[in-house]
Design a binder for this molecule. Structure first.
Ligand code: G1P
Length: 297
C-alpha cells in the first residue's frame, strides 16, 4: 500500500567543522545563500512536496536554529508600524505553525544513519522523507516534489540520484544500477563511499530520500560502517537485500554541495544571479573580476 508522505527528517546535528570559525557560534544550517538560511531552502522544498510534519535532529549549540523558526513578534510589529509590508510578508512566509516542527536530540555524533534513527518514535510506521540541507537543489519543480510524484507510481524507497565524476565517487553513497538512461532506476545494491575504483556505477545519492519505515528498523540493527559511523546507505542496502524496491531517481535540477566551501560559493553566485534585483550588478562584477584575473595571467 502506498501512503502519502507527510513527515520529513532534517538531520541538522553536524558540527560544521568545514566552516569554522563561522560555525563556532552559527549553526551551519543558518548560513545564508543571499538572504535565506540553508535550512529555509530545505523547508520550502519539503513544503512544496506536501510535507506537514518537520522533524529536526539537532545537537548541542543549535539553539539559533530553533529560534529561527519561532515568530519574531517585536520585529513583526515594528515592520508593520513602519509600513514595510514587503519585508513583513517575507518574514511571515517563513513562520511555521505551532507544533509543525519537532526537535529531537542526537546526543552523540554517530553518523547520518544514527541521526535519522533518532527520529524513529516520531516517524512510527509511516514512509518519510529525509532532506540533507547541505544539498541545495535549484529546480523549476522542486526535487522532492518530483520524487513524491514518481513515488506515487512506484511506492518502495526512492533516492535522488546524480552522475558524478569517477574520481568523486568515493565521497558519496553510490548506487548499483544497470546502465540505463531512465529516470527511475531500480537498484541492485548501494555502497557508502566506495574505495576509489571499486564503485558499482557513477550514480551518486544526493540528499533527498523517501524511505519506508523498514529502513528505520534496519537503522536500529546495522553495525557502524565507513568512518565508524552508522550509515543511512547501509540500512538502504539491507532493504535491497531483503528484496524490497529501492529506486534511484534522476531529478531535474542543479545541485550545489553547500557542505563544501567551493559549492557554497557557487550556490551563492547562482542564487544571486537568479535574483532580478541583483543579477545585473552581480554579473557585471563577475565579468570584471574574471577579466582582471585574465589580464593578470
Ligand atoms: C551523505 C550520505 C551519502 C550521500 C551524501 C549526499 O554523505 O552518507 O550517501 O551521497 O550525503 O550529499 P556526507 O556528505 O554526509 O558525507
Amino acid at each position: 500500500m502506498k501512503r502519502k508522505v507527510t513527515k520529513a527528517v532534517f538531520p541538522v546535528a553536524g558540527m560544521g567543522t568545514r566552516f569554522l570559525p563561522a560555525t563556532k557560534s552559527v549553526p551551519k544550517e543558518i548560513m545564508t545563500l543571499v538572504d535565506r538560511p540553508l535550512i529555509q531552502y530545505a523547508i520550502d522544498e519539503a513544503r512544496a512536496a506536501g510535507i506537514t510534519e518537520f522533524i529536526f535532529v539537532t545537537s548541542r549549540g543549535k539553539g539559533a536554529l530553533e529560534d529561527y523558526f519561532d515568530r519574531a513578534p517585536e520585529l513583526e510589529a515594528s515592520l508593520k508600524a513602519k509600513g514595510k509590508t514587503e519585508i513583513l510578508d517575507l518574514l511571515l512566509e517563513t513562520n511555521m505553525d505551532s507544533g509543525a516542527i519537532a526537535y529531537v536530540r542526537q546526543n552523540q555524533a554517530l553518523g547520518l544513519g544514527h541521526a535519522v534513527w533518532c527520529a524513529r518514535h516520531l516517524i512510527g510506521d509511516e514512509p518519510f522523507a529525509v532532506l540533507l540541507p547541505d544539498d541545495v537543489i535549484a529546480a523549476e519543480k522542486p526535487c522532492l516534489a518530483q520524487m513524491v510524484d514518481a513515488y506515487a507510481e512506484t511506492g518502495g524507497n526512492m533516492i535522488a540520484a546524480m552522475e558524478v565524476a569517477p574520481e568523486r565517487a568515493s565521497s558519496y553513497g553510490i548506487m548499483d544500477v544497470p546502465p540505463s538512461i531512465g529516470r527511475v532506476l531500480p537498484m541492485q545494491g548501494m555502497v557508502e563511499k566506495p574505495a576509489p575504483g571499486t564503485q558499482p556505477s557513477n550514480l551518486a545519492a544526493i540528499g533527498r530520500y523517501i524511505l519506508s519505515p523498514d529502513v528505520m528498523r534496519h537503522l536500529g540493527e546495522v553495525k557502524p560502517g565507513v568512518g565508524g559511523e552508522i550509515q543511512l546507505t547501509d540500512a538502504i542496502a539491507r532493504e535491497i537485500e531483503e528484496k524490497r524496491n529501492v529506486y534511484g531517481f534522476r531529478f531535474d535540477g542543479q545541485r550545489y554541495d553547500c557542505g563544501s566551501k567551493a559549492g557554497f560559493l557557487q550556490a551563492t553566485v547562482a542564487f544571486g544571479l537568479a535574483r532580478p534585483e541583483l543579477s545585473t550588478e552581480l554579473s557585471n562584477f563577475l565579468i570584471d573580476m574574471v577579466a582582471q584575473r585574465q589580464a593578470a595571467e
